[in-house]
Write a protein that binds this ligand. Structure first.
Ligand code: NAD
Length: 346
């Protein structure tokens, strides 16, 4: 059985992906500093596996640490090898992700995201581990409201966060070019992951700031905030609110399994893929879906537009559909229903 290192595996997307990995027969080592997740995150992952009746005995472990800590990574890779559980591949989620925070603290974002990735890759190379899936983002694109964004479109991130993602993609490409016989690398550009595991046991639960829609919705569902603030109602869209490509986090997690399979069964390469549904949904459509599920559950009011927002950002996901044995299966209703389940199970 292969052992996969999952950095940031206690976080939102990481925790769902770890469940899928174990389910698909991989051994998993989670490395997380818990800067944006909690002490009980690992326990919750194990509880989901238990609930799904998936044996996890000795197959998933957690170690607290920072991807910027080279000596720590070095020890981790060596220990795993010594115990006959050599790390053969890495899925790299660890990083900071709030666009607005990154404008205030660019130093922190460049250091954690870029420096962390360089340190990780340095240790991987030293230990002959040449395969990585990197969490990139739709924020690397120059937004274009007139078409679906494909992998060849213009790259022009506007925030320090997006710039760190693009810098890491460039670095990974350079690395591949330097040793084309060995590196198998995929940068997955996620669009808007939302929802949670159907058990309600794990879900989005950021410690820090978030500029995304669903964390804001969660605050209202948990009664921390009365109304959801909707930024603008006169955008050039059918109902005046912004349109985004929301993808269920379990569909996104499954895209990682499909990418592991693709990288394994094809020649070494550097691959960039959009991971979205290809369908745009407006903010009002999402709100209405919540209120259809439970009348009046999501109150909202309109406020001024945010600087830097764009009316429409939707993925062209054709390349992922073509290359991977994968397609997003869950509906907007599933995304909202699972979000409600997650709140109720707390
Ligand atoms: P998250 O914050 O829930 O998870 C990230 C995890 O990484 C957290 O558990 C955090 O504690 C850990 N971490 C952060 N810095 C670390 C460090 N230096 N060393 C070790 N662990 C560290 O975020 P998420 O939503 O699960 O996102 C995962 C990845 O996907 C991130 O790289 C993010 O930029 C990217 N991404 C997320 C979205 C989104 O909307 N959620 C969209 C596009 C891309």
């Amino acid at each position: 059985m292969e052992t996969i290192l999952v950095t940031g595996g206690c976080g939102y997307i990481g925790s769902h992906t770890c469940v899928c990995l174990v389910k698909n027969g991989y051994n998993v080592v989670i490395l997380d500093s818990l800067i944006n997740s909690f002490d009980n995150s690992f326990l919750k992952i194990k509880n989901v596996l238990l609930k799904e009746k998936i044996s996890n005995k000795g197959r998933i472990s957690f170690i607290k640490g920072d991807v910027r800590d080279e000596a720590f990574l070095e020890r981790l890779f060596s220990e795993q090898k010594k115990n006959n559980k050599r790390i053969t591949r890495v899925i790299h989620f660890a990083g900071l992700k709030c666009i607005y925070e990154s404008i205030k603290y660019p130093l922190k974002y460049w250091e954690v995201n870029v420096q962390g990735t360089i340190t990780l890759l340095k240790v991987m190379k030293k230990h002959n581990c040449f395969s990585i899936i990197f969490s990139s983002s739709a924020t690397v694109y120059k937004p274009n409201s007139t078409k679906l964004l494909n992998e060849e479109d213009i790259l022009k991130p506007s925030s320090p966060y997006g710039k760190t993602k693009l810098a890491i993609e460039d670095f990974l490409k350079d690395l591949y070019e330097s040793d084309k016989k060995n590196w198998r690398i995929a940068s997955l550009r996620y669009f808007n992951p939302v929802g949670s595991h159907f058990s309600g046991l794990i879900g989005e639960n950021p410690k820090g700031e978030s500029s995304n829609l669903f964390p804001a919705i969660l605050k209202v569902l948990k009664n921390y905030q009365k109304n959801l603030l909707v930024f603008g109602n006169d955008w050039p869209t059918k109902d005046g609110t912004c349109i985004r490509d929301f993808i269920h986090v379990l569909d996104l997690a499954e895209a990682h399994i499909a990418t592991l399979n693709f990288l394994f069964s094809n020649k070494p390469q550097y691959l960039t893929l959009n991971i979205g549904t290809g369908k745009g949904r407006s903010i009002l459509q999402v709100i209405n879906q919540f209120n259809n599920l439970e009348k009046g559950i999501l109150k909202y009011n309109f406020v001024q537009k945010r600087i830097g927002d764009h009316p429409i950002i939707v993925a062209d996901n054709k390349l992922a559909l073509k290359l991977l044995d994968w397609e997003p299966k869950r509906t907007l209703k599933d995304m909202c229903e699972d979000t409600i389940n997650n709140v109720k199970s707390k």
